[in-house]
Ligand binder design. Structure first.
Ligand SMILES: Nc1ncnc2c1ncn2[C@@H]1O[C@H](COP(=O)(O)OP(=O)(O)OP(=O)(O)O)[C@@H](O)[C@H]1O
Ligand SMILES: [Mg+2]
Length: 171
């Protein structure tokens, strides 16, 4: 089985996936260069521009079960996409305290608030789960990922996370 761990930048994909032991973990950021999938550099965002189709082709040629971790992972032909979620307020505080620029913090807080990655995952993956990581340690999040890999998909259905109340409080 192929599983994606995806989510808004900074939500904790790398920290929690690195603690998963039941399946090989592939950090998508580590393979984009070797796949020849980097097509440019976004100066404003300070991130690589990636040809996701090319990346998906390269991943489809890799053998075996794996957990693919990264914010494109849900676009790479997986069986299940696990979307990590974090309260926009908590995510913003966390990213600001790590020294991310105000513009980058705001972009990610907004993306999390309006479910950007969740919507993409639902449109592209055959099964989707959501884990609310707010107030959880990477170890606790990894334990939830392990539950989903073991088949407990129904425990984390789409819609179990909802930031609408928090977002309405902004107005
Ligand atoms: N559950 C958590 N609670 C508190 N802080 C966390 C948690 N998970 C990760 N962090 C911290 O938040 C920051 C971002 O975590 P991480 O790099 O794992 O996120 P990411 O989703 O992989 O981000 P990116 O998309 O940029 O690769 C790190 O500084 C990390 O230490
Ligand atoms: Mg990461």
């Amino acid at each position: 089985m192929r599983v994606a761990v995806t989510g808004t930048p900074g939500v904790g994909k790398t920290s929690s996936s690195s603690l998963v032991r039941s399946v090989k973990v592939v950090h998508v950021n580590d393979i984009v260069d070797d796949c020849g999938a980097v097509v440019g550099f976004d100066e404003r965002r300070k991130t690589k521009e990636v040809d996701v189709k090319k990346l998906g082709k390269a991943v489809s040629k890799m053998d075996g079960d794996m957990l693919l971790e990264g914010h494109f992972a849900h676009l790479l032909g997986v069986d299940v996409a696990i979307v990590l979620r974090c309260s926009p307020k908590v995510l913003g505080e966390r990213l600001a305290s790590k020294g991310w620029s105000p513009a980058k913090v705001r972009e990610n807080v907004e993306a999390e608030a309006v479910d950007v990655i969740l919507v993409e995952a639902v449109e592209n993956a055959p099964a989707v789960c959501e884990i609310d990581t707010t107030g959880k340690t990477p170890e606790q999040v990894a334990a939830s990922i392990e539950e989903i890999i073991a088949g407990e998909i129904e425990k984390y259905p789409v819609g179990n996370v909802d930031w609408s109340k928090e977002v309405l409080d902004w107005f």
